[in-house]
Design a protein around this ligand. Structure first.
Ligand code: PRX
Length: 633
């Protein structure tokens, strides 16, 4: 029998071997013994990387919310499922039990149905980190509607393009959102977005801030009265294993964001299994992931993974700096948090504030610390280990992606420990490969290359919404028969992996993936701007920050306000997270003879690493490079 719980190094090694030697038997056993199915599968795995087709547990039927909620009611009905900590510490926290969650999800699901939402319809969710965000996600899943959560920091224009890309019929939002001392006017952002969206039939509005909002009659509805009128019983819709569960947009190195489609059964099995083992969740634990549900980390490790395990998952509405930089630690103390999962950016920002904001708090409840989203530098790792974990909490540096659905490379605390800056070993079932420049796999240890995965895993994204060809080209064309991650990695003498960063034009700023193309498109909208190129450079807190090299149509149009106007355009088209930290106006950009911008050179300039620019034999305009170096910031 294969146990859900990995028990030590030997067990990890045994399970890993089984998962690689006979993946179908391995995952079939995990799935059968640990979840509720309405009908068993006829085939565990079917796959073909050349056509980018993968299916897990084909033929089975289930509903993920029955696994997240219903099956826990008998023994854990009164256990807290979601512990909500509001932005303002004066407001009381709210403990939502599994019984409450069941009723609230069902009521919400009935409201969705009453507004005409059916299985397969897409529902956009644009909410702050309030319980209704998790509840609406689950309500969609309850009736088989496909949720598309858009992070509430995205602009109206980013929101409308995501709504239109997958033809959402409904959007769920709120009158506003509290973030620190700010009150974000979400409903008016939605109103602006909807000027460009013809497909939206109804807007459900959660009351959170009590701000004045305009409601369009016949389209916009306050949620609460509808919930009050709805039944608290809603039969779970029967879903096929491969029915899409959700769409989540992620930036690509070119073009518009990609709507990654995750399906039901494989995602369920893998997120539940990784959650249990990487965070070593035990019955009385209070688990807290500080991500926003607008990102994959929130989907998999605030909502689905924890609830599938019957865990208590803490949801925090606010920011680490409000009302002061001790807020995270005060929450840990108050709720006796046992597992704490955050991003290196947050760790660096908090470390900068000094120990005075940490010391007052009792962090002795903590057992495991996690990081995700970007490489963690050694200094931040040690600060986390010394001052938060006090040397007694293993740190899980978890490497994964929106596309992978679940954690792929990470320490497993009871089996093997972390090492600063290393994500360490592949999780059970994950078969990484490092590739060289000629497309060959690099065998052995103490090597570095491009990170691929050579065998399917249950929670991998199945396609890009509406564009399977792009999915195939982006992930399965760079290397034959392999999923290409877009990351570089090294494997040390013990076979442990260290992720070295993106090898494409995606830049990770404060843990957020940003593609350069949409930012450049936004900038180029300015009437005075001819061309732009964005690159990343190292930043103490954000990990990477954005550097823009910009040429004007007429150099005499350079004005004092231009930099502000550029960042306003970026905020309008994408959101404030994509604003440039440095802007350099230049008379030209380095180009190849065929007219391509040589970003490699700009990257070196932005990183102040100009002693060796590499091969510049194809460079058309070397004089431009000299001028850019001279005026670089
Ligand atoms: O470059 C890797 C980096 O984040 C990318 C994925 O970003 P996203 O899809 O937004 O998902 C983030 C949360 C899962 C990866 O391609 N990344 C993620 N985790 C790590 C990391 N880089 C280094 N170490 C990590 N632990």
């Amino acid at each position: 029998m294969i146990k859900f719980e990995i028990k030590g190094l030997e067990d990890y090694q045994n399970n890993y071997s089984k998962s690689v030697q006979n993946p179908e038997a391995f995952w079939g056993a995990i799935a059968k013994e640990n979840f509720t199915w309405k009908r068993p599968w006829s085939k565990v795995l079917d796959w073909d990387f050349s056509s980018a087709k993968v299916s897990w547990f084909q033929g089975s039927e289930l509903n993920i919310t029955e696994n997240c909620i219903d099956r826990h009611l008998e023994n854990k009905g009164n256990k807290t499922a979601i512990l909500f900590e509001p932005n303002n510490p004066i407001e009381p926290s709210e403990a939502i039990t599994y019984n409450d969650l069941y009723k609230r999800v069902n009521r919400f699901a009935n409201v969705l149905k009453s507004k005409g939402i059916q299985k397969g319809d897409r529902v956009c969710i644009y909410l702050p980190m309030i319980p209704e965000l998790a509840i609406s996600v689950l309500a969609c899943a309850r009736i088989g509607a496909i949720h598309s959560v858009v992070f509430a920091g995205f602009s109206a224009s980013a929101l409308s393009s995501r709504i239109n890309d997958c033809d959402c019929k409904m959007i769920i939002t709120s009158d506003g959102g509290f973030r620190g001392s700010k009150n974000i006017d979400l409903k008016s952002i939605v109103d602006t977005a909807l000027l460009d969206c013809n497909g939206i039939e109804s807007v459900l509005v959660v009351k959170r801030t009590n701000s004045e909002v305009s409601m369009v009659s016949g389209r916009d509805f306050w949620l609460q009265p509808l919930l009050d009128a709805a039944s608290e019983v809603c039969e779970a819709t029967v879903m096929k294993a491969e029915d899409p569960l959700f769409i989540l947009y992620t930036s690509g190195s070119t073009g518009q964001p990609k709507g990654m489609v995750h399906s039901t059964a494989g995602y369920m099995v893998y997120t539940a299994y990784t959650f249990k083992n990487i965070f070593q969740y035990e019955a009385e634990d209070v688990y807290w992931c500080t991500a926003d549900i607008g990102w994959i980390t929130g989907h998999s490790y605030i909502v689905y993974g924890p609830l599938l395990n019957g865990a208590t998952t803490l949801m925090f509405e606010g920011v680490p700096s409000y009302p002061d930089y001790g807020r995270f630690w005060s929450i840990v103390e108050t709720h006796k948090v046992t597992q704490f999962y955050t991003a290196p950016t947050a760790i660096r920002a908090l470390a900068k504030e000094g120990l005075e904001v940490v010391k007052p708090y009792d962090l002795s409840s903590l057992k495991i610390l996690g990081t995700v989203g970007e490489p963690i530098n050694e200094e931040a790792w040690h600060w986390y280990n010394n001052h938060i974990g006090k040397h007694k909490c293993p740190i899980v540096d978890t490497w994964w992606q929106t596309e992978t659905g679940g954690i792929m490379i990470s320490p497993i605390p009871n089996s093997f420990e972390g090492k600063p800056t290393f994500a360490t070993l592949p999780f059970i079932g994950i078969q990484p490969a490092l590739m060289d420049e000629n497309g060959q796999e690099i065998e052995g240890n103490s090597v570095e290359g491009r990170l691929c995965v050579k065998f399917p895993w249950p929670s991998m994204a199945r396609t890009i919404w509406g564009n399977h060809q792009r999915y195939k080209e982006t992930y399965f064309s760079a290397y034959d028969q392999k999923y290409f991650t877009g990351d570089g990695a090294l494997r040390d003498e013990n076979g442990h992996y260290r992720i070295t960063g993106r090898v494409d034009d995606v830049i990770i700023v404060s843990g957020h993936n940003l593609g350069t193309a949409p930012i450049e498109d936004a900038i180029n909208e300015h009437i005075n701007i001819a061309e732009s190129a964005i690159v990343g450079y190292p930043h103490d807190i954000k990990g990477s920050a954005l550097y823009g090299f910009i040429t004007l149509k007429n150099p005499q149009d350079l004005s004092d306000s231009l930099k502000t106007e550029i960042n306003q355009l970026i905020s309008k088209h994408i959101g404030p997270i994509a604003k440039l930290d440095k802007i350099q106006f230049t008379l030209g950009l380095p180009k190849t003879r065929s007219g391509k911008i040589m970003r490699r050179i700009l990257r070196k300039i932005a990183c102040k690493d100009t002693s060796n620019l590499g091969d510049i034999s194809t460079l058309l305009n070397p004089e431009v490079v000299e001028a850019i170096i001279k005026n670089s910031i």
